[in-house]
Each structure stands twice: as structure tokens, then as C-alpha cells.
Write a protein that binds this ligand. Structure first.
Ligand SMILES: [Zn+2]
Length: 181
């Protein structure tokens, strides 16, 4: 969810970071797209994922955009592992929350994920993973559920990775087993 900052850095002054007006990846929170099911997560798991995802924003290092993003992975082992966006004065070195959470999970020994929660500080909109993050999530399973929360988790949107990254390229294309079987 950092890609729009990078594209802005190419088309705008380095010193100008716009937010909502240029965030083309944001989706409106309309009733018709709000899922109320939890796609296999129990009520407790969903509540935990939401709480930890929202809290993960406190980990954000985003002094340039002031746009905090938090992410939490729920592994198939039942572990919750959080990350946040980490920015850099050299914009190309910025890392999205999704990827810090995934990297943290992998180096902690977890490579199979059930779900990932993502949250911003937007009240009436939600953010969607950038292309790079979609590919990184895909490495660990086509069936990973992605929960996009608004600022306080009062609204959310759920998608599966395979739906937002069709015709994807992953481990099985190189002869390796998929992480989610
Ligand atoms: Zn991203």
C-alpha cells in the first residue's frame, strides 16, 4: 500500500505528498461491498485479527506521508504477527505494512497464512494492497483472505488474494509446492 507514494514521487515534487485525492487504490466503503461473514475465521479469530491489525498502526514509521498502515498475519498455526509501513527519505526504499508483517512471519518460521488484515487511519475508505504486496502475499498462498479495515475496524472489506491477482505466478510455476497446499 505504498506504491502510490512511489508513483507520486515520480510525477510530483519530491516535497509534495498528497493523500486522499490521489489515492487511486482506495475503495469506497459502500454497503454493497461490505462482507459480514468471516470466511472461515471464528468470531474470536476475526476479533483478534481486527484488534491487532488496528493496533499495528502504532508501529508505523511514516514521517513523510503521515499515512499509517498496519498489517497482521494470521498463520495456519494460529499465530498473529504484525507489521507496519516503514518509510525512508529515499522514497524507493519505503516498505509497505503487508511486507513487513510477512517478512517478520517468515523469519519467525511461519510460511503458511490463513489471513492478513490491513488497516489505515481512513474513516470512510479503505486501502488495498499495492501490486508488489499482492505478489508477496501470493508467494504464501492463493487462498489467503485479505481483510481491509477502516480506521477503527467498524467497517471492512474482504477479498481473497486469487481474486485480486488473477493469472498469478507463484511457487508451483517453478516446480515447488504451494504453501497453502
Ligand atoms: Zn504494498
Amino acid at each position: 500500500m505504498i506504491a502510490f507514494f512511489l508513483s507520486l514521487s515520480l510525477s510530483c515534487s519530491q516535497n509534495i505528498i498528497r493523500k486522499e485525492s490521489t489515492m487511486t487504490e482506495l475503495l469506497p466503503l459502500e454497503k454493497s461491498i461490505i462482507h459480514t461473514d468471516h470466511n472461515g475465521l471464528t468470531q474470536e479469530e476475526f476479533a483478534n485479527l481486527k484488534e491487532k491489525t488496528i493496533k499495528a498502526k502504532d508501529l508505523s514509521y511514516s514521517p513523510y506521508s503521515n499515512f499509517r498502515v498496519g498489517a497482521t498475519i494470521l498463520t495456519t498455526c494460529g499465530e498473529y504477527i504484525s507489521g507496519a509501513n516503514v518509510e525512508n527519505a529515499s522514497y524507493g526504499a519505503c516498505i509497505c505494512a503487508e511486507r513487513t508483517a510477512i517478512t517478520r512471519a517468515v523469519v519467525s518460521g511461519f510460511k503458511s497464512f490463513r489471513a492478513i488484515g490491513i488497516s489505515t487511519d481512513l474513516k470512510d475508505k479503505i486501502g488495498s494492497p499495492c501490486g508488489i504486496c499482492r505478489q508477496v502475499i501470493r508467494e504464501f498462498g492463493l487462498n489467503v483472505s485479505i481483510y481491509l479495515f477502516n480506521v477503527d475496524g467498524s467497517k471492512y472489506f474482504r477479498v481473497q488474494l486469487k481474486d485480486i491477482l488473477p493469472l498469478s505466478f507463484g511457487p508451483s510455476d517453478l516446480g515447488l509446492p504451494e504453501h497453502d497446499g
